[in-house]
Write a protein that binds this ligand. Structure first.
Ligand SMILES: *Cc1c(COP(=O)(O)O)cnc(C)c1O
Length: 377
């Protein structure tokens, strides 16, 4: 019998690494080093090696990583931070929480990531930072982002919560790693992410020693020396049990990313040529590791398609149904409907299909067959 189709199947993934994970977690329990223990340092070093980045600073979750990144830059209230409007709320939430001014911009229709044209138009003398979001597992156009940042002297904080392990191909031939190209990169180890733990976790990446020291202090109550608080900080740490899980899963990350890419290739092949389905575009400057496989449905009632699929036990999700400039919490009189036409139209047309490391051909075939049946409705 076919395994039940889920958006994310963490249970089946766990079965395959159960013994290794259990042994590593048991070691944490046996040594009772729950925080700042050996496993955290071990994972931190392994992730630094994997990414080829100088500093990895583990924290409690991806949202904290973004907040701490902004706290480390010495920004003052009123400073403007540019983010795409088509992203998960956390990206903008942290900007607003710190009293900084979120300036939202539109995204590119094909890649779902920052539009360079919209970005350029939004820069003012108060702009201090840009947060490109590598949405769905594909890097934003970093040649453009870094060029604009250099021109205007801006910080670049990458939101790599969906894109860890994704290579970027710079125009000059060098290869970048997602989250390691700007001043600071942030990722999340939420269970469903490409590298997920069994609870919450996150990390910051930087090649800058000074920023690394500031970030490390801020994540630990603003202390560099114990009980000496030089700056206002927060309490944000990855615990040893999560680090133990992540250290095992890091060994399989490339395999996991390949499996996502294989599932995506299968979707592409089966769905190609349907006039109602726009397949996810592959940028020539980035790999795509498919945190989500997101199609655009054109000329059909997207919500009805989603419902018909659900009736046949095919889950599908809308990431994200409302762009942030149209959300109550982030609404500003500066914005009105129609300001960001691409993001607004994407919110109406995107649909993400099940995507994880354990999809088999039978399941993929079932999903695509059902979608092709109901997409005419
Ligand atoms: C998941 C995610 C976050 C937040 O990560 P948490 O670990 O859930 O706090 C931020 N930005 C994006 C784009 C994400 O997908």
């Amino acid at each position: 019998m076919m395994r039940k189709i889920q958006m994310v199947d963490l249970r089946t993934q766990y079965e395959a690494i159960r013994q290794e994970v259990n042994a590593e977690m048991q070691e944490v329990l046996d040594t009772a080093t729950y925080v700042k223990g050996g496993k955290v340092v071990q994972f931190q070093q392994h992730l630094q090696d994997y990414l080829g980045v100088k500093h990895v600073i583990p924290v409690a979750n991806g949202t904290d990583a973004l907040q701490i990144a902004l706290m480390s830059l010495g920004l003052v209230p009123g400073d403007e931070v540019i983010t795409p409007t088509f992203t998960f709320a956390a990206t903008v939430e942290v900007v607003a929480l710190l009293g900084l001014k979120p300036v939202m911009v539109d995204v590119d229709y094909d890649t779902f990531t920052l539009s360079m044209e919209s970005l350029r138009k939004s820069i003012t003398p108060k702009t201090k930072a840009i947060i490109p979001v590598h949405l769905y597992g594909q890097n934003a156009y970093m040649d453009g982002v870094l060029q604009i940042a250099k021109e205007y002297g801006l910080y670049v904080v990458e939101d790599a919560c969906q894109s860890i392990g994704t290579n970027y191909y710079f125009a000059d031939g060098t290869i970048g790693r997602s989250g390691c190209m700007g001043h600071i990169g942030c990722t999340s180890f939420f269970p469903s992410k490409n590298l997920g733990c069994y609870g919450d976790g996150g990390a910051l990446f930087t090649n800058d020693d000074e920023l690394a020291a500031k970030i490390t202090a801020i994540a630990n109550h603003g202390m560099s020396v114990r009980y000496h608080h030089d700056v206002i900080g927060v309490n944000s740490r990855l615990d040893s049990l999560q680090a133990a899980v992540l250290d095992v899963k890091l060994k399989y990350l490339d395999t996991y990313l390949q499996r996502r890419q294989q599932a995506a290739a299968y979707y592409d092949a089966q769905l190609a040529g349907n006039p109602n389905i726009v397949l996810p575009a592959r940028a020539n400057y980035s790999d795509h590791t498919f945190h989500q496989y997101t199609v655009k449905l054109i000329g059909v009632d997207r919500n009805k398609v989603q419902q018909k699929l659900a009736e046949q036990d095919v889950p599908a999700m809308i990431y994200y149904p409302i762009p942030l400039h149209m959300q109550k919490a982030y609404y500003s009189p500066r914005y009105s409907q129609g300001d960001f036409p691409v993001a607004e139209s994407l919110a109406q047309t995107v649909l993400s299909l099940p995507m994880h490391t354990e999809l088999d051909e039978e399941q993929l075939n079932y999903i695509t067959s059902r979608l092709l049946e109901v997409v005419h409705l």
